[in-house]
Design a protein around this ligand. Structure first.
Ligand SMILES: *Cc1c(COP(=O)(O)O)cnc(C)c1O
Length: 390
């Protein structure tokens, strides 16, 4: 955890990101953060640590401080804390906050979160309700019926692209004395800052757009209430329970963040064009993308997302799983692979993973849009869609 730098007020995120870590090396003046792989640090003769608080690699390291500072400024929260993966971040929040009153979680969110919540709650006898949280009335009813410790939402959701009104969810959670956690992976902090809308805890899989190059697993938890027991417990999940990011990964993430604003801008512009292309294509039944005016969450997204509607979309095709797999097979420029938020576009058939466990339909394809030339991506989708005719 590191506080935002009070010396640099009002700096725009693009500027902060472009220079992330570039002033950290005061010894040589190198414009890039240093990697210090040491897991242990010498003490001075008086037994004080050489650098303030840096004693052992799991506890703290200069690169974690640098990264946590950048991420807190980006999210506009008092503090941020990186973890070894997005799931390590989410698990830390769940373990630190959910007790006897349990969890009300959004239905149809990231598969790994759903699976973790079900297993964790079953094992520890923690009540878990899954609810369609994009419907504020349904969320409110679920929270009233069994007031939880934690309300967990994901917006836009993966892979449904459901949009949840964060301010409404925060009011519902707080009325019941619960904390609101928002997984904001598909939005990114340049588009939505959930803490400014009342969320207590913001998490990201930094594996996705924040790092952006499909070469690092990392997670982030950000919050304002750093004087709370739950924040101390979240921090302890990294430091004491050991869910710490490796220093090389931390360095790569810091490097990836330096181009976040440009990568996201291009990916979102591409996504907007592709959503319209798919929407007009006769072989596509429905496009799930918050930027389309007919999307049920479009009005909330317009309020809650700035500068674009994200880089992730799903679309439904004819002929069920066979149709979806035929289209995936036809893709050449776009890789058939899981994950999202990389510079390269990927297409994914979630039903192949999730069948029988979630309600993901067989005819859904998820598309993470990268930064390639949009005309190449559209040509590839056009070719792939011709696999099932129209
Ligand atoms: C990928 C993802 C996660 C999990 O992150 P990992 O870094 O893979 O552990 C959590 N939430 C969402 C929305 C994701 O897309």
């Amino acid at each position: 955890m590191t506080k935002r730098d009070p010396e640099k007020p009002g700096r725009r995120p693009e500027t902060m990101l472009a220079q992330a870590g570039s002033r950290a090396d005061t010894q040589t003046g190198g414009l890039v953060a240093q990697i210090q792989p040491a897991t242990t640090f010498a003490r001075r003769p008086d037994y004080a640590p050489t650098a303030d608080g840096v004693i052992y690699g799991r506890d703290d390291a200069p690169i974690y401080r640098e990264l946590d500072t950048v991420l807190a400024e980006l999210e506009s929260t008092a503090a941020a804390c990186t973890f070894a993966s997005g799931m390590a971040a989410i698990a830390a929040v769940v373990r630190a906050t959910a007790g006897r009153r349990g969890i009300v979680a959004q239905k149809g969110i990231y598969y790994g979160t759903t699976v973790f919540l079900r297993r964790h709650c079953a094992r520890h006898g923690i009540p878990l309700t899954e609810v369609e949280a994009a419907d504020s009335g349904a969320l409110e009813a679920a929270v009233r019926e069994a007031p939880p410790d934690l309300v967990l939402i994901e917006t836009p959701s993966n892979p449904w692209l459901a949009v949840v009104d964060i301010a409404a969810a925060a009011a519902i959670a707080h009325e019941a004395g619960a904390l609101l956690m928002v997984d904001s992976t598909a939005a990114t902090p340049l588009v939505t800052r959930p803490a400014e809308r009342g969320a207590d805890i913001v998490v990201h899989s930094a594996t996705k757009m924040l790092n952006g190059h499909s070469d690092v697993l990392a997670g982030v938890v950000a919050a304002n209430a750093v004087a709370t027991d739950w924040w101390a417990a979240i921090r302890a999940e990294r430091r004491e329970a050991g869910a710490v990011l490796g220093v090389f990964e931390a360095w790569l993430l810091l490097r990836g963040l330096r181009t976040l604003s440009l990568r996201l801008e291009r990916a979102m512009a591409n996504a907007a064009r592709i959503a319209v292309f798919l929407d007009n294509h006769p072989a596509v039944r429905t496009v799930l993308y918050p930027g389309l005016p007919q999307h049920p969450g479009h009005d909330i997204a317009k309020r809650q997302m700035a500068g674009g509607f994200g880089y992730l979309m799903s679309f439904l095709v004819p002929n069920g799983a066979d149709g979806a797999l035929a289209i995936a097979r036809g893709a050449e420029t776009i890789a058939r692979a899981t994950s999202l938020g990389g510079v390269e576009s990927v297409i994914e058939h979630r039903y192949t993973y999730e069948r029988g466990i979630t309600e993901v339909p067989p005819d859904l394809l998820r598309l993470s849009v990268g930064i390639e030339h949009v005309d190449d991506l559209i040509a590839d989708l056009d070719r792939a869609l011709s696999a099932i005719g129209d």
